[in-house]
Design a protein around this ligand. Structure first.
Ligand code: AQP
Length: 338
């Protein structure tokens, strides 16, 4: 039996990077799962508050993000979908794991270093919760006994940490209580920002033109891609180091279109070598519009139906509480808390 777990922060409307890098794979895993696979997907609101959020806005984003998970094709009959804070075991296991976690290791995490890079001591962002974020993430997957965790490339390091925590816990208490999970990296490893193609596309970047939202209209998608930063080299080629902007557009096209798994990005770029940058952008925009349109249309109907969203969240929380309880009993017994 397999247990698949993953999460997304309700810190804004999910973007094309979230979709191609993670969410699309969640749906694929769901649709291809055999009956002995459990699928658990969480809106990780406790992670979201590691950066200060406006309470009203957070409440709204939680609803919107749930509607989006349904819109992309997750089926609550098949997948457990829940808000992390509805299941207290996540925070409880996090504390127990915190008592094992090395602060040196946490301090070397790329995300921590990135998010605090320009901060001085005592500044707004350098909070304990942001530092210990990977411990909560480890608790998320370990509390459900996940065997497989589909994430974007940026989360691979945190998953390695989760495995080490699980192994460390098992060694310390001499029992196989926590299952070290396997990381499933999506083929679309990192979709980059449209305005600063050396940074990943992100919900929280200040410039809204840097990302394509799964709620963007066809016209907005076209205009964002049209103004994407490229370069002044001749022709079209796939060279992520030298031509990050153009290569990101090719990546987006590759992962949005039919060509996935049939040829490489380099081969795709060779086919398009004769196009102008403007024509390339038009092709990319057309492919992205086709990916997003059905999602946006489904989203618009789900997001209006608050009663259904509440019922799905309640049912998901009930199932997730039951799933987490199994591990927590073993953990507490191993540690000597019961
Ligand atoms: N640009 C990206 N390319 C590929 N995958 C991505 N993911 C995020 N950005 C990209 C993957 O999406 C999943 C959910 O991400 P998250 O909400 O947990 O937070 P994040 O990784 O921090 O994403 P954002 O969009 O940049 O959010 P903020 O700005 O709030 O930090 C993960 O599996 C992630 O790998």
């Amino acid at each position: 039996p397999r247990t698949i777990f993953s999460g997304i922060q309700p810190t804004g409307v999910p973007h094309l990077g979230n979709y191609l890098g993670a969410l699309r794979q969640w749906v694929k895993l769901q649709d291809e799962a055999s009956s002995d696979t459990t699928l658990i997907y969480s809106l990780v609101d406790l992670h979201a508050i590691t950066i200060r959020q406006d309470p009203k806005q957070l409440r709204q984003w939680k609803k919107d993000s749930l509607a989006m998970l349904l819109a992309i094709g997750l089926d609550p009959q098949r997948s457990i979908i829940f808000h992390q804070s509805d299941v207290p075991a996540h925070a409880e296991l996090m504390w127990i794991l915190s008592c094992q976690a090395s602060t040196g290791y946490l301090g070397r995490m790329t995300q921590w270093k990135d998010k605090t890079a320009n901060e001085k001591d005592g500044s707004e962002k350098s909070k304990l919760g942001l530092f210990s974020y990977p411990v909560l993430q480890a608790a998320d997957v370990l509390v459900h006994g996940a065997t497989h965790v589909p994430v974007g490339h940026d989360q691979a390091q945190h998953l390695e940490f989760a495995r080490q925590l699980a192994n460390g816990f098992n060694e310390a208490y001499g029992k196989n209580v926590l299952m070290p999970p396997e990381t499933l990296i999506s083929p679309a490893k990192r979709i980059m920002s449209l305005t600063e193609p050396d940074k990943k596309m992100s919900k929280s970047h200040a410039n809204p033109k840097s990302r394509i939202l799964l709620t963007d209209s066809d016209d907005v998608i076209r205009s964002k891609i049209k103004s994407a930063v490229t370069d002044s080299y001749e022709g079209i080629s796939y060279e992520p180091e030298r031509r990050p902007g153009v290569s990101n557009l090719i990546d987006i096209f590759y992962h949005s279109g039919e060509s996935v798994e049939t040829e490489s990005q380099v081969a795709l770029a060779e086919h398009m070598a004769g196009l102008s940058l403007r024509a390339l952008k038009e092709e990319v925009a057309m492919a992205v519009v086709e990916v997003i349109r059905p999602i946006r249309e489904r989203y618009e109907s789900f997001v209006r139906d608050e009663a259904t969203l509440d019922a799905i969240a309640e049912e998901g929380a009930r199932k997730a509480v039951a799933s987490a309880a199994v591990t927590m009993t073993d953990v507490k017994r191993a540690v000597g808390l019961v």
